[in-house]
Design a protein around this ligand. Structure first.
Ligand SMILES: [Zn+2]
Ligand SMILES: [Zn+2]
Length: 243
């Protein structure tokens, strides 16, 4: 028999459920299937484009067995020691990254950050500080968050490394990188970043965090600016590689 009390409990229960479905991501980020828990369904988890096997010792993209650096890295040099990426930036995965960056998919920073931290641990990359590639303040305000900053937060938590958000600054409101060709991307980055509070990073090793590694021009420019301001060395980690 339904009393007003049980009805009240039922209403409260459905209210909590509807609120929690907004707060918690109960859908697979890959196929949209409803989930009780987690971020990906079992099937999609198996399909995630994890980078496995031999990788380029500079940019972290997959290379054939026996190769040390990829063809692109043979003809370019970077200011950072090496970059580590977790996923291939396939077209399917780019949809998830798009969700993460633009459609309030900030909750994905938690599993993505955990994947990145696990990989950095495995590769024995430990640094004094973590610095996310910053957005221009206007862009961060438009988007509501910096996706790289969120990744950095979780990675820092897991690896117990402090995250510095007040050192590397993006001064120039740059055009979206995706529409630019390789050469213009490089020019586009020049002078985009500066360093504040440089005494903090003097002689320290820094781990830079970003979402996608494509030409490496963003990471390279950030590394150059950090080293110019006294950092001892820079590592780079990105969620996915577009190489
Ligand atoms: Zn799925
Ligand atoms: Zn490479």
């Amino acid at each position: 028999m339904e009393t007003s009390k049980t009805k009240g409990i039922y209403l409260l229960d459905s209210f909590i459920k509807s609120v929690s479905s907004i707060v918690y991501p109960h859908h697979c980020a890959y196929c949209g299937r409803p989930l009780e828990d987690g971020y990906f369904c079992e099937e999609c988890y198996k399909k995630l484009p994890f980078i496995e096997g031999n990788t380029c010792s500079v940019c972290g993209c997959p290379v054939s067995e026996g190769m040390d650096v990829c063809y692109e890295c043979k003809s370019s040099s970077f200011y950072f020691y090496k970059n580590v990426s977790i996923f291939m930036y396939t077209s399917k995965f780019s949809d998830v990254v798009h969700k993460f960056k633009y459609h309030n998919g900030r909750y994905l920073a938690k599993p993505f950050g955990a994947f990145m931290a696990e990989r950095l641990k495995k590769d024995n990359i430990s640094t004094d500080f973590i610095i996310p590639v910053p957005l221009h303040p206007r862009k961060e305000e438009e988007r509501g968050y910096n996706q790289s900053g969120l990744l950095a937060k979780y990675i820092g938590r897991i690896l117990d490394i402090s995250v510095l958000n007040n050192v590397l600054i993006r001064d120039v409101y740059t055009q979206s990188q995706t529409k630019l060709k390789k050469e213009s991307r490089r020019e586009n980055m020049c002078g985009a970043f500066s360093v504040k509070n440089k005494e903090v990073i003097y002689g320290k090793t820094i781990l830079l965090i970003d979402d996608i590694f494509t030409t490496g021009s963003t990471m390279n420019e950030c590394s150059r600016v950090l080293l110019n301001n006294g950092a001892g060395g820079v590592y780079s980690a990105t969620l996915a590689t577009g190489r």
